[in-house]
Design a binder for this molecule. Structure first.
Ligand code: 5GP
Ligand code: MG
Length: 179
């Protein structure tokens, strides 16, 4: 399926599940090398990162713990500029090595918010893995440690990412096709 419609908008196939899985294998190999001895906690940013996190964890070969946090900043196909956050809690992250798993980094606001929160929790160290990264929209200096794919500014859905609640079930990633 190379085109799909969500809420009347047309999307076209952009990154296939096979390409995603191949990239995940390469990232997992590196994480296995760097983090196996550190007993990290994987912090999955819901909802979008749930599929990426599951496929990534499948390829990690050391004992780990998993935590979840739910954040949102998008309304429709644009960043709202504010973080729509739940209370993060997460006091169990203190003095631990934390690997944050995100679906996509756009302006970087969510990433900054998480980093600041992890600092106040006094984590031992933290690093960010994001499946997708939009370099032209990113507004900060420090980049995430691991990036699956750098993509243009276009809006994407699928493989966990939604457009107003729909599209998360798509196995591939699709990009918005402007009329
Ligand atoms: P940021 O705070 O970096 O601007 O945005 C991060 C969040 O916005 C992501 O975690 C994701 O939920 C949402 N987002 C950013 N770009 C896209 C996109 O192209 N498609 C979808 N579905 N969500 C996006
Ligand atoms: Mg996200």
């Amino acid at each position: 399926m190379s085109n799909t419609f969500i809420h009347t908008k047309k999307f076209e196939l952009y990154i296939t599940q096979a390409q995603i899985k191949q990239r995940i294998e390469a990232i997992a190999e590196e994480i296995n090398r760097q983090y196996a001895e550190k007993q990290p906690i994987i912090l999955v940013v819901l909802k979008g990162a749930f599929r990426f996190a599951a496929d990534l964890i499948e390829k990690l070969n050391f004992p780990l713990e998993i935590e979840f946090v739910r954040l949102a900043s998008y309304e429709g196909t644009e960043s709202s500029g504010k973080i729509l956050a739940q209370d993060l809690g997460l006091s169990n992250l203190s003095h631990r090595t934390v690997i944050v798993v995100e679906d996509i980094i756009d302006t970087g606001n969510t990433y900054q918010y998480i980093e600041a929160k992890l600092q106040t929790l006094q984590v031992a160290s933290s690093m960010m893995i994001t499946l997708l990264f939009k370099p032209n929209k990113y507004q900060f200096e420090k980049k995430p440690e691991f990036i699956g794919f750098e993509i243009p500014d276009d809006f994407v859905v699928g493989y966990g990412l939604d457009y107003d609640g729909l599209g998360r079930e798509l196995n591939d990633i699709y990009t918005l096709k402007e009329e």
